[in-house]
Write a protein that binds this ligand. Structure first.
Ligand SMILES: *[C@@H]1O[C@H](CO)[C@@H](O)[C@H](O)[C@H]1NC(C)=O
Ligand SMILES: *[C@@H]1O[C@H](CO)[C@@H](O)[C@H](O)[C@H]1NC(C)=O
Ligand SMILES: *[C@@H]1O[C@H](CO)[C@@H](O)[C@H](O)[C@H]1NC(C)=O
Length: 449
């Protein structure tokens, strides 16, 4: 598989706005819109928003309608997340108990929203954290993990979205909840931490019955051992549509990692599809049903998009040109591939959402996640490098106070000329806050925060 990667460039446009102090609550309140997503059929948008009592609930809006409607009616506990499913109008949502992160999981039919519609409780046991382990947005089943016997390990259940039947398919006393499932909701890999900090992947052995797994030794065979050093850059990311091959981000033998593919079961026969250039691979965009790679991004200073498949080249170029100083992020794609939900990472504005209709090659503006910030001046976030004491380069961002006067390249000499070109040199010293984030794999990224 040889891919011609094409990098997308954009122009930089300056935006003027008022540099006034922004009230703190406009930056830190719950956003007006969050968790925005598109239904698998591409007809309905959903999002979380605070209701009139400031409790986060789920709202929907059909993509051709003007009106939104609330579909959950909770006045006590925030809804912390939700998912569409493969069954029309059936959603799953999470709530916890005052922030304890032991999520309860519910199923709700949103065909005729009403406070009288009781959700079906999938799990609300105290002290149990429900996790949707797999949801392919296609089948009548999802896989749900519940740590209902041992707080450290999740048993896996197949939940039927029509009949509400819960069937335990994996009695798990050994593996953490990072369970890798294919496009048909079949459990293909589990992981276990090695004593040396490595991560060991196991696949079901010949003795294993995929609908009746246990964590017994003879059920699992070692698939791959990933060294402690390579762990941050190594993980399976998707199966091909036929579930025979698997895409991975791969750390071994490179500095920044690669995108590879191998036949399932043959991790030593990797085919390299992409080698990271400046920074580790960020998001990888797959076709929703063909499951082939369309594009990926790397974030060094700003996200850079590499297109793998010409089919979407014009679409991506259109989206890049639409907001030249920001970077498009494809949030969801309908299963027919026609309708995309797109947002933009930007330092100058909060996330703005667009609905992109592929057949028209046109994006419709939907909303900004924090409408109260429209017209406010947000600080630029300028990425730059500097040498650390050990001589290695570090990546960082600088945001100067919006009113700080800047030196121009003509006013400085030597290496300062480049810094002045980036807009990094204030004429007078400014108060400084240094945010040293954790490492080695955590980092700050470009965009509203
Ligand atoms: C959802 O509700 C509608 C209307 O009551 C009903 O026709 C449909 O069968 C329900 N869906 C499921 C999966 O139960
Ligand atoms: C590009 O993507 C389309 C849609 O999934 C697919 O039909 C086509 O085979 C892909 N082309 C390549 C070269 O992979
Ligand atoms: C740049 O360097 C030259 C030569 O050292 C010096 O004459 C000039 O004043 C410097 N300019 C600035 C803006 O510092």
């Amino acid at each position: 598989m040889i891919i011609n990667w094409i990098v997308l460039d954009s122009l930089f446009l300056a935006i003027t706005a008022l540099a006034e102090l922004i009230p703190r609550d406009q930056l830190f309140n719950d956003p007006k819109y969050s968790g925005v997503s598109l239904s698998p059929d591409g007809h309905v948008l959903a999002y979380l928003a605070p209701n009139e009592n400031s409790i986060s609930n789920i709202y929907t809006k059909c993509v051709t309608c003007k009106h939104t409607k609330v579909v959950t009616f909770d006045n006590k506990r925030h809804i912390s997340g939700y998912q569409w499913t493969g069954v029309p109008n059936i959603i799953l949502y999470y709530q916890d108990n005052d922030g304890d992160e032991n999520y309860k999981l519910y199923k709700l039919n949103i065909t005729n929203p009403s406070p009288l519609n009781e959700p079906h409780v999938i799990s609300d046991k105290p002290g149990v954290k429900a996790v949707v382990i797999a949801n392919n947005l296609r089948d009548r089943f999802v896989l749900v993990g519940l740590n209902d016997e041992n707080p450290a390990f999740h048993n896996i259940y197949e939940f039927d979205l029509y009949t509400n039947e819960m069937r335990k398919i994996f009695d798990n006393k050994r593996f953490p909840a990072k369970i890798i499932v294919d496009n048909d909701l079949e459990i293909r890999l589990v992981v276990e931490e090695g004593d040396d900090g490595s991560l060991i992947y196991y696949s079901p052995s010949e003795k294993a019955n995929s609908k009746k797994l246990t964590s017994d030794k003879e059920m699992w065979v070692e698939y791959l051992k990933v060294s402690a050093d390579d762990r941050p850059l190594t993980m399976p990311i998707a199966f091909t549509a036929d579930n025979k091959r698997v895409f991975w981000q791969w750390g071994a033998g490179t500095d920044l990692g690669q995108l590879v593919i191998h036949d399932f079961g043959k991790p030593d026969e990797n085919e390299v599809l992409y080698t990271a250039i400046k920074s580790q691979i960020g998001t990888v965009l797959f076709h929703p049903t063909d499951r082939n790679i369309l594009a990926l991004s790397e974030v060094y200073h700003q996200p850079e998009i590499y297109v793998a498949n010409d089919t979407i080249l014009n679409d991506m170029q259109y989206l890049v040109n639409l907001r030249p100083s920001a970077s498009p992020v494809i949030e969801s794609i309908s299963r027919d591939f026609h309708t995309w939900l797109v947002t933009y990472a930007s330092d100058e504005r909060p996330y703005e959402f667009y609905l992109y209709r592929r057949w028209q090659q046109k994006a419709e503006y939907l909303f900004t996640t924090r409408p109260e910030l429209i017209g406010r001046k947000l600080n630029r976030m300028v990425g730059f490098d500097f040498p650390a004491r050990d001589g290695l380069r570090l990546q960082a961002y600088l945001s100067l106070p919006p009113k700080a006067e800047l030196l121009t390249p003509a006013q400085v000499n030597g290496t300062d000329v480049e810094l002045a070109k980036l807009g990094l040199l204030p004429a007078k010293p400014q108060p400084l806050i240094v945010f040293v984030h954790g490492g080695p794999k955590a980092r700050d990224v470009f965009g509203f925060s």
